[in-house]
Design a protein around this ligand. Structure first.
Ligand code: NAD
Ligand code: TYD
Length: 359
């Protein structure tokens, strides 16, 4: 791995991964291709280490000419593909951009890689890799007693977001099977940590709580996610890139599976200690109309990546949440930049005004 194209590296996980890779691997040159949608920001890339090994390109992964030019210009041997529309609620209100970015975008990248690596044979085949970053949501939802998702669980995506990611996974798999493009796929559970856009549960709750706003909990708040601190995810992807087997899929998860309401209460209790209001933050919790088609429970069986690559999550949930709150408190400029985005404010109105319901 020498010349790495990261897509979506101005978003939450991508920007953490760029930072992580520059720090752990002194050999890599990174080209970060990101369209800077509402979810991507150069604020996420401030103070990167080793800037001499880093290039930013603003552009769309659906632009085949641009992607082909970048592969050739930088002799890209590794693609780590994060770029996507990533928020389930937005996919319910407006699915089209998800098909464009997640399906067409992934297809465009795979085609460009096939052309450059397999047709032009630009680089030795054993030195190239396409890593596709995906989600546990492709597996659908679990009942209370169902076993956790494994790599062989059949796909059953329930939201337009999950369906678009499932489609992109299938395309990535097919390029390996049909053309022998060296592809790996990871399906990961919910991430949290520094630089997560505050449309997702944890940063939304932290920012609302800090300003005394209601904390919206969908439905009964008993839905379950498997939470993973973002640098643990970055470490897992790096291991797959360096030691994983082409053609394989790896499940990644946090072994942290509390109900949403417990997550919100834990954040409230942390803030009572770190940034007290006159009343407990829990008083701000408000149950609101549920998400349509809301998946009830996710859980990941991570025994394959533990066994084959020796990876396991490092962060306990309380430590990760503490680090996340601390990062937000220490970065008011990052918070202010997002809060003054008109698009963000109109999203909050669009998503929450219609589901308001008294608790
Ligand atoms: P994010 O929404 O924070 O960032 C996505 C980034 O992709 C943004 O910087 C955006 O500008 C960029 N982007 C979107 N469309 C683009 C396009 N057409 N061309 C170029 N750039 C484009 O997302 P995230 O939470 O960092 O997720 C990254 C990846 O990880 C996604 O593929 C997502 O499906 C996957 N994933 C996320 C989670 C999670 O909990 N956040 C969990 C598992 C998997
Ligand atoms: P989210 O962070 O949007 O991730 P995902 O839908 O990909 O799992 O949501 C996490 C959980 O929190 C999910 O069950 C929906 C719930 N949720 C709320 O209860 N309130 C909110 O305001 C949001 C954004 C999510």
């Amino acid at each position: 791995m020498k010349n790495v194209l990261v897509t979506g590296g101005a978003g939450f996980i991508g920007s953490n991964f760029v930072r992580y890779l520059l720090e752990v691997d002194p050999q890599v040159q990174i080209v970060n291709l990101d369209a800077l949608t509402y979810a991507g920001s150069l604020e996420n890339l401030k103070d990167l280490p080793h800037l001499e090994r880093y290039t930013f390109v603003q552009g769309d992964i659906c632009n085949g000419d641009l992607v082909r030019d970048l592969l050739r210009q930088y002799q890209i041997d590794t693609i780590v593909h994060f770029a996507a529309e990533s928020h389930v609620d937005r996919s319910i209100l407006s699915p089209e951009p998800f098909i464009q970015a997640n399906v067409i975008g992934t297809f465009t990248l795979l085609e460009a890689a096939r052309q450059y690596w397999l047709v032009e044979k630009a680089l030795p085949i054993e030195q190239v890799r396409f890593h596709h970053v995906s989600t546990d949501e492709v597996y659908g939802t679990l009942g209370p007693d169902d076993p956790a998702f494994s790599e062989t669980t059949p796909y059953a995506p329930n939201s337009p977001y999950a369906a678009s990611k499932a489609s992109s996974d299938h395309l990535a798999r097919s390029y390996n099977h049909t053309y022998q493009l060296p592809v790996t796929i990871s399906n990961c559970s919910n991430n949290y940590g520094p630089r997560q856009f505050p449309e997702k549960l944890i940063p939304l709750i932290i920012l609302n709580a800090l300003t005394g706003k209601p904390l919206p909990v969908y439905g009964d708040g008993q839905q379950i996610r498997d939470w993973l601190f973002v640098t643990d995810h970055c470490e897992a992807i790096h291991l797959i890139l360096t030691q994983g087997t082409s053609g394989e899929t790896y499940n990644i998860g946090g072994n942290n599976q509390p109900a949403n309401l417990t997550i919100v209460e834990t954040v409230c209790d942390l803030l009572d200690e770190m940034q007290p209001l006159t009343a407990p933050h829990r008083n701000l919790i408000k149950f609101v109309t549920d998400r349509p088609g809301h998946d009830r429970r996710y859980a990941m069986n991570i025994s394959k990546i533990e066994r084959e690559l020796g990876w396991r999550p490092r962060y306990a949930l309380t430590d990760g949440l503490f680090a996340t709150v601390q990062w937000i408190l220490a970065n008011p400029d990052w918070v202010a930049a997002i809060q003054k985005q008109r698009e963000y404010q109109s999203w909050l109105t669009k998503n929450y005004e219609t589901r308001e319901k008294s608790s």
